[in-house]
Design a protein around this ligand. Structure first.
Ligand code: ADP
Ligand code: MG
Length: 630
């Protein structure tokens, strides 16, 4: 039988390799920026069009390449950075595989212009899908410029797989920030579609971080420093009071390379133990230097994970260093490493005046009165207008339109089952013989909240159990979506406009969402490069919730995970609903429970949350009977 195995042609092999190296425009950005850093540049400019789908250009003033090297660099396994296997254990460059340029050239149109300092003339060459199409001598400034155009031009499936420009640009910014943070001595500029997004002059580490993340970052930072035989630690952690609900700015750099490490993240979180509000995440910007032979960066093709020789020691050192830093800045109350956090006085107690105990006498109390006065409705009506279903803010529209149908299910006068799968309420069964009319109504409308999580209500066939959080998400989601699409949400004016600061990546997202947010009821007085001024809010959003709400919405859009196939409005409505819905663990009054039930079943799709999880289940009397029959 004839042999059938063949060596793959280089351009095919390169295309295959490209699949590993280049997932999206941001991967190209990372490789080109790292090459520019490795070339010893002091100024690096990144120019991007259409989130990198049309153009990614990196211009540096580094050492440039000779004529021969400018061709060789596109060969696979062509690198100037290592020669021997041992070099792998003493790496001081970002690149070493010699794979990036070969991969990129296999799947894009690449133009290279480069000149070494000692040469008078430079080289200008073009390579498209691994084929050189032109090479000329040219007058060029010192350094190198790579332009990568039409990424994935020859792999339409990959091109179609790319996300929206917002999402792809977010990834570009992430890579840019990571490289820029690791090299504060190099100046970086980023242009997107002709406008300057970042201009980072060379400076110290702190200046670099503040330049990237915006003005108020400076006051957040607490320096971290430690020097041991196995690691040198520097950088900053954010004061606990600036912790956010989302994982925002969390960075580890090892030997000037950005890495991800859930294990070391845990060490940082352990250092903050007892200092953070529930579910909050601190920011950190931690730079570690370890002897190159004690790490193996060869694990992952895109190299954001590395293996340390002595991870446990690193964990312990990092944790105690950060604890110490927080303590030094008078942030941690005690420096006892095994302290019981439960015994600490909460922070904000420190500044409170002592409360003088007093005796409260209710002069109106009459022990002989038959009934205590009914709890006033006021307590419920006066609620902040916050994230709840309590206020009249939106229920009226539901009530007017749809509640009658729903209520009819409750009292059983004309049970229409169209909207609600097979729930019809118990009232049909209740005869008047044992109760007077009022009692019937009460017996029927009663809802119970159990474990501050579920609302239980009797229905004709048995009972319905509603998940309060998911139900509220559904209610808010439909409401926001309607406001966004109908564009007639009402706003509450703020007496004192809120100023909210964001970094430029976040600002880009907010700008993109602006219209949809305005349609939900937000009013923006100003839109600046690093902050916005909010002067009005949707009626069902409380002032205290705004910053967390926007933070979570931005975060959701950055993460792009849930249903990115849906429209922007849909994603914003979902995200706002998720952020504002009552949490599990919130106690609801009877009235609130009732409003929730009514509003849920007035929804278009009451049976699932916006994230496609069931909002309620029913348990039939037969089910109950069966269980009792055991
Ligand atoms: P690696 O970075 O792993 O060596 P690359 O494919 O990224 O592999 O680059 C191949 C070679 O091209 C590098 O080793 C370097 O010698 C050269 N090179 C790439 N970019 C530049 C640049 N901006 N300036 C000077 N030389 C460069
Ligand atoms: Mg490289």
């Amino acid at each position: 039988m004839s042999s059938i195995i063949q060596l793959l042609p280089d351009h095919v092999a390169n295309q295959i390799a490209a699949g590993e190296v280049v997932q999206r425009p941001a991967s190209v950005v990372k490789e080109l920026l790292e090459n520019a850093v490795d070339a010893g540049s002091t100024e690096i400019k990144l120019i991007v069009k259409d989130a990198g789908k049309t153009l990614i250009q990196v211009i540096d003033n580094g050492k440039g390449m000779s004529v021969t090297d400018s061709r060789l660099c596109f060969e696979r396994h062509a690198t100037s950075k290592i020669r021997h296997a041992e070099d792998l254990f003493a790496l001081h460059t970002k690149g070493f595989r010699g794979e990036a340029l070969a991969s990129i050239a296999a799947i894009a149109h690449v133009e290279l212009k480069t000149r070494q300092e000692q040469d008078e003339l430079g080289t200008h060459l073009v390579i498209e899908g691994s084929k050189f199409t032109s090479q000329e001598v040219a007058v060029l400034p010192k350094g190198t410029s790579f332009s990568v155009k039409n990424l994935f031009f020859n792999i339409p499936a990959r091109r179609n797989f790319l996300k929206s420009d917002t999402v792809e640009f977010r990834h570009v910014i992430d890579e840019f920030e990571r490289v820029a943070m690791a090299h504060h001595n190099i100046s970086f500029v980023l242009y997107h579609n002709g406008s300057e997004m970042f201009n980072l002059p060379s400076g110290n580490q702190r200046q670099r971080i503040v330049n990237i993340f915006g003005g108020r970052t400076n006051e957040k930072l607490v320096p971290v420093k430690e020097s041991t035989e196995i690691v040198q630690i520097g950088g900053f952690v954010a004061k606990p009071e600036f912790a956010k609900k989302s994982r925002g700015e969390q960075f580890f750099f090892v030997n000037n390379r950005f890495i991800k490490s859930p294990y070391l993240h845990h060490a940082v979180m352990a250092a903050y133990e007892g200092l953070l509000k529930d579910g909050c995440q601190p920011g950190y910007y931690i730079y570690m230097d370890v002897p190159p032979h004690t790490i193996d960066i060869n694990i992952h093709p895109t190299k954001t994970e590395i293996k340390f020789d002595d991870e446990h020691a690193l964990y312990a050192i990092l944790r105690s260093t950060i604890k110490h830093a927080l303590g030094q800045f008078n942030i941690a109350p005690v420096l006892d490493f095994d302290r019981d956090a439960n015994l600490d006085t909460p922070y904000d107690y420190e500044k409170r005046d002592a409360v003088i105990p007093g005796v409260v006498v209710d002069r109106n109390y009459n022990p002989f009165a038959e009934e205590s006065p009914v709890k006033s409705e006021g307590s419920f009506a006066s609620s902040s207008g916050g994230n709840s279903f309590r206020g009249d803010s939106y229920t009226p529209s539901f009530k007017k339109e749809r509640q009658p149908a729903w209520e009819s299910l409750y009292v059983g006068t004309s049970p229409s089952r169209e909207d609600i799968a097979d729930i019809s309420f118990e009232s049909e069964e209740v005869t008047g013989s044992l109760f007077n009319d009022n009692e019937v109504m009460e017996a029927v409308q009663r809802t119970y909240q159990i474990h501050k999580k579920y609302i239980v209500s009797p229905i004709k066939s048995g009972m319905v159990i509603i998940d309060q959080k998911r139900a509220h998400q559904r209610i808010l989601y439909e409401q926001f979506l309607r406001n966004i699409t109908v564009q007639q949400a009402s706003s509450q004016q703020l007496l004192f406009p809120l100023v909210l600061h964001y970094n430029s990546g976040e600002m880009a997202i907010i700008r993109e969402m602006q219209e949809a947010l305005v349609n939900t009821g937000f009013v923006f007085a100003e839109f600046n490069s690093d902050h916005i001024v909010v002067s009005g809010l949707p009626v069902n959003v409380a002032e205290s919730e705004v910053s967390i709400l926007l933070e979570e919405v931005i975060n959701d859009l950055q993460q792009e995970v849930p249903d990115s196939s849906f429209s922007q409005s849909d994603r914003i409505a979902k995200s706002m609903a998720r952020s504002l819905a009552v949490r599990t663990g919130t106690l609801l009054t009877e009235k609130e429970q009732e409003n929730m039930v009514n509003a849920l079943f007035a929804c278009k799709e009451p049976d699932v949350s916006p994230f496609n999880k069931p909002t309620f289940i029913t348990v039939s009397v037969e089910d109950l009977d069966k269980r009792f029959a055991l």
